[in-house]
Design a protein around this ligand. Structure first.
Ligand code: SF4
Length: 331
């Protein structure tokens, strides 16, 4: 037991490193068109002991193949007792402008949002790898379960899409939030977030989770109030019955061709940039056609609509004028 690290300040130690990484690492930037704007703002971290019984319950609620912390540790070639381990999870919130811009859209996401999703997850992957190395340098063994070769996504009869290490469920176990109608995690930093985690050999004192049920933060689950996500969902995948993931996925596949981004400068910027566009974003970009971009695009859209209205009205006046002239000529 003497080799187990018990550090009351280990979570603060990790929080400080995550904040430093997000501030300094170039991966946490939107891209040249947005200058040095950060993708992720101030994070929130939580922890759960590796022997917490909640991890066993995920074999039922997520998938029988879902890992416990000790199984994830073993998948990384490391040995420990469950109670010697701690799962540490973090919440990365999108920046305020990204959320504001996206709120204006009704059918598809903004380019800024998609960049946060794709480039932001690349930063999140880099953060996982970095933290494992950072802990190793501090003499603490750790794994990032979703970066392990044996980790994989799973097709589930019950939940459609799952994986061997669900970041949302780990964050839930670490006291960072509960699930909403869309199965997204409602965290103290909101729902426009990405999550990540590591499992480390060491003990971090943890407080009891601030909730007792998996959907406690969602008022729709409790008393059918709110439902804002159901009203906003453009595909009909969200309903009072829950989330139809197949419908959502089909909508995303079919509608991505309608994305309204100006991609010419983006692809040129990406080509000239040191950071390549991820293959998934490239596919998304190649299917893009229009020139509307977030806030300024909204103004452009209104200018276009106004111009079209003036044109239609002018045609209407011309037709009326023609009819009046014809009438008087006939008389
Ligand atoms: S019903 Fe409201 S609180 Fe619940 S997930 Fe939807 S938007 Fe969030």
């Amino acid at each position: 037991m003497e080799t187990i690290l018990v550090r009351a300040n280990l979570l603060e130690f990790l929080s400080a490193e995550v904040i430093r990484f997000l501030n300094e690492d170039p991966s946490n930037r939107m891209g040249e068109a947005w200058g040095d704007e950060r993708i992720w703002e101030q994070p929130l971290l939580g922890a759960a002991n590796g022997a917490d019984p909640i991890f066993e319950t995920f074999k039922d609620t997520v998938d029988p193949l879902h890992w416990t912390p000790i199984e994830a540790f073993a998948a990384g070639g490391l040995e420990a007792k469950a109670e010697e381990l701690t799962a540490v999870s973090w919440v990365l919130p999108k920046n305020e402008q990204t959320k504001k811009d996206n709120a204006l859209r009704k059918d598809l996401t903004t380019e800024r949002w998609a960049r946060s999703r794709f480039f932001g997850e690349e930063a999140n992957i880099k953060l996982r790898v970095h933290l494992v190395e950072f802990l190793k340098n501090a003499g603490i063994e750790a794994v990032a379960p979703t970066r392990l070769p044996d980790w994989s996504r799973l097709n589930s009869e019950r939940y459609i899409y799952t994986s061997k290490w669900s970041e949302r469920h780990i964050a839930y176990a670490c006291g960072l939030g509960t699930f909403g109608v869309s199965h997204g995690l409602i965290t103290p930093l909101g729902k426009a977030v990405r999550l990540g985690s590591v499992v480390l050999r060491g003990l971090i004192p943890t407080a009891p989770r601030p909730y007792t049920s998996y959907d406690e933060y969602c008022p729709f689950k409790a008393n059918k109030t709110c439902g804002a996500c159901i009203k906003r969902c453009p595909s009909g995948a969200l309903s009072k019955r829950g989330n139809d993931k197949r419908l959502c996925s089909a909508y995303m596949d079919n509608e991505s061709a309608r994305t309204s981004w100006n991609t010419s400068d983006l692809t040129a910027t990406a080509a000239a940039s040191a950071r390549p566009v991820s293959p998934a974003l490239q596919v998304f970009l190649e299917n893009s056609t229009d020139t509307v971009r977030s806030g300024s695009g909204f103004v452009l859209l209104w200018v276009r609509l106004s111009a079209n209205c003036i044109l239609v009205f002018s045609c209407f006046l011309a037709v009326i004028h023609q009819h009046i002239c014809s009438f008087y000529n006939a008389v």
